[in-house]
Ligand binder design. Structure first.
Ligand code: V47
Length: 362
């Protein structure tokens, strides 16, 4: 990127002028990540001040049995595989009970597309958790799962979401977005919701008052242009609905997948991706670093690259660990606070909808 182009982009950022596709490409192709970081950091500071958000949640993956079998996924199994599992409602209840004493404010539920579970099972999971811990927010079911529920139940997307909302669903996680592009999805995840369907589920969820996140799985077969298009499609929908809370770029972990010829994105690449996301997604309130996938060291540095949210103290994360993540499955609140203090920021425990629970002054 020439000095002149960077100066132009920098001026746009200062004047709150939206970056174009060409600006985004110039940033992605640049190696000057410290200059990009400084710009992203300015935007982050304008949006969140010195606060860094985290929440205390419990991930639940109801089943690894999945009819989709995406090439990038090391977690999914066929029914009948030795290590295939599917939780009964009793097992879900047991997990919820074990989380009762650790002060969680959120259940985060993402699962395989099970061939036989009826839609009612998911309604029952919500009712079971709500009965047990009514105050805990349930962030559950990616847009891909919602589209699948519509298919298996014969209900419309709107009816599925309304039924789930009435049973305790609080918001949607951002998974399943991968790369919102037809070529990429045909090649790596052809059996699940298309890009348009993913966006349509989110549009409908937002119209019903359900907030959501959005992810992007980067570092496999996609081109830089396809990554940028992904960001622009999200930005466009956000202009329409304002329903997205955070954007979470997920670096691809190749181990045990069908795409082992690819390398996990480097720290350099991941940090650049986070910073460029902060700059392009001017209408997203938060950029989240999912430390489980980035590793704690890169996640801490990401606080200088536009990130204002470190995902919660996750307990038992299976999807990335199946694909070779070497991070711990959880960290304590104290460890998380320390990482944030070291960066000179103020940790804030938030609930799922970004209400402040506690500000931790050092
Ligand atoms: O949709 C699957 C990704 C996602 C791999 O909304 C992989 O706050 C890397 O969506 N390497 C599920 N990633 C997790 C997810 C998520 C995580 C944290 C927070 C939130 C949120 C959402 O994991 C999938 C897929 O994109 N994934 N396999 C892999 N080998």
């Amino acid at each position: 990127m020439s000095h002149k182009i960077f100066e132009e982009i920098s001026e746009k950022v200062d004047k709150n002028i939206r970056l174009t596709k060409e600006d985004s490409a110039a940033l992605m192709e640049s190696n000057d990540i410290l200059s990009i970081a400084r710009l992203a950091d300015k935007v982050r500071k304008k949006k969140s001040g010195d606060y860094v958000f985290f929440n205390v949640n419990r991930h639940i993956n109801l089943t690894n049995i999945c009819v989709s079998r995406c090439k990038f996924c090391a977690f999914s199994r066929d029914k009948g595989d030795a290590d295939a599992y599917a939780m009964s409602l009793d097992e879900v209840e047991k997990i919820a009970r074990s989380a009762m004493d650790i002060g969680i404010t959120e259940f985060h539920i993402v699962s395989g597309l099970h061939p036989d579970f009826p839609f009612q099972y998911y309604v029952d999971v919500l009712s079971c958790l709500k009965n047990l811990m009514p105050e805990v927010h349930i962030q559950a079911f990616t847009a891909v799962e919602i589209a699948y529920f519509s298919k298996i139940s014969g209900l419309s997307i709107k009816e599925v979401l309304t039924t789930l909302k009435n049973s305790g669903l609080g918001s949607l996680p951002g998974g399943g977005a991968e790369i919102l592009n037809h070529r990429v999805r045909e090649a790596v995840c052809s059996k699940k919701a298309t890009a348009d369907e993913w966006l349509e589920v989110m549009r409908t969820a937002h119209s019903l008052g359900l907030k959501s996140n959005a992810t992007m799985l980067f570092g496999h077969i996609e081109t830089i242009e396809e990554r940028i298009d992904h960001l622009l499609r999200l930005r466009e929908l956000q202009d329409e609905t304002s329903g997205f809370q955070s954007f979470i770029p997920l670096p691809f972990h190749p181990q045990n997948t069908q795409l082992t010829q690819y390398k996990k994105p480097s720290a350099f690449e991941s940090l650049k991706m986070l910073a460029v996301s902060r700059l392009v997604l001017d209408n997203f309130p938060h950029i989240k670093a999912f430390w489980i996938m980035l590793g704690l060291k890169v996640a801490q540095l990401s606080l200088l690259f536009g990130v204002d949210d470190l995902d919660g103290t996750v307990v038992e994360e299976k999807i990335t660990h199946a694909a070779g993540a070497e991070t711990e499955q959880s960290i304590t609140k104290e460890e998380l606070l320390q990482l944030i203090y070291e960066a000179g920021r103020i940790p804030v425990e938030r609930d799922t909808l970004y209400n402040f629970i506690k500000i931790y002054k050092n």
